[in-house]
Design a protein. Sequence first.
Length: 71
Amino acid sequence: MNRTDVLRRISAVCRHDHHAALYAVGWLALDLHQEALEDLLRGLEALPPDLTSSSHLAAFLERWGRLPDPR
């Protein structure tokens, strides 16, 4: 497998499981320098409102027909 194949498979797993996506972000963040983490934070905070958790919940509702269990 080449790098592109691996990234595509990671992306496919993360699209179907938000726990996997959080795990992937955490795994990658462990080795990032402080400056890169701050850049990531600024990028996340600059996302337009339609790309925040509310749209994630709407996408979840559309896909599964229900909202995730808050527990």
